[in-house]
Design a protein around this ligand. Structure first.
Ligand code: PRP
Length: 211
């Protein structure tokens, strides 16, 4: 049986850009462009197998070895600290993790700050470093609504264009960390198949420079 290099790609807009970069780097996969609902695609000649997964699940596939490599956002890597190697910043999907609130929000340091977020670990460690007491409210999406309805004082969320904040009368108060897509590798795959993974990583690095 052929020893495929299994590659987990994040489904969606970022994934299309990532796939384009892999293809330009010399790892095309014609079947992945055929219309349909299939999720796994192989290029037998090159020995690569791509599969589409939910962006936030890429790190789980790679950590557990179901994928040898994958592309995950730095937000997910910071939030879940998966035991993977981070090999390369692909310079795609650039955005930032930020604290946002209503424009007139006044931060009273005497009060516990109510923070709504999907990224509870990132928020907790950010405020722990500042020595600020917070009450974290974990939400799964549409975080921007929380301060408007009084569920929280601030939110910790991803800001890309800033349009979502603007349209909901919120603004960035602090930037926590810049975010972009990263190439990650399973630790044992890297140990046993490091040559192949490093070769692919070097070709992708060329593409990042050319982009
Ligand atoms: C993310 C984030 C913001 C939005 C920011 O949401 O949570 O809501 O993108 O982008 P912008 O600054 O360009 O407006 P996503 O689309 O991932 O959906 P979510 O509500 O599930 O978090």
């Amino acid at each position: 049986m052929k020893n495929y290099l299994n590659i987990a790609l994040p489904k969606g807009r970022l994934g299309e850009k990532v796939l384009g970069m892999f293809e330009r780097a010399g790892f095309p996969c014609p079947s992945i462009h055929e219309p349909g609902r299939k999720l796994i695609f192989e290029n037998e000649d090159l020995g690569v197998r791509y599969f589409w997964v939910k962006p936030s699940d890429v790190a789980i596939y790679v950590e557990r070895g179901a994928a040898d490599i994958g592309v995950a956002g730095k937000d997910i890597l910071l939030e879940y600290s998966p035991e993977v190697y981070e090999l390369l910043d692909l310079d795609l999907g650039k955005c930032r993790m930020a604290v946002a609130a209503k424009k007139d929000f006044y931060d009273d340091p005497q009060k516990t700050l109510k923070v709504a977020t999907k990224f509870t670990n990132i928020a907790a460690s950010y405020y722990a470093k500042k020595g600020r007491d917070i009450d974290i409210i974990h939400l799964n999406g549409s975080i921007e609504i929380a301060p408007i309805l009084g569920l929280s004082d601030v939110i910790v969320d991803i800001v890309e264009t800033g349009a979502t904040l603007k349209e909901n009368d919120l603004e960035v108060k602090e930037t926590i960390v810049p975010i972009s897509a990263r190439l990650i590798a399973n630790r044992s795959s890297f140990k046993f198949d490091g040559e192949r993974i490093n070769a692919l990583c070097a070709k992708l690095a060329e593409e990042v420079k050319n982009d």
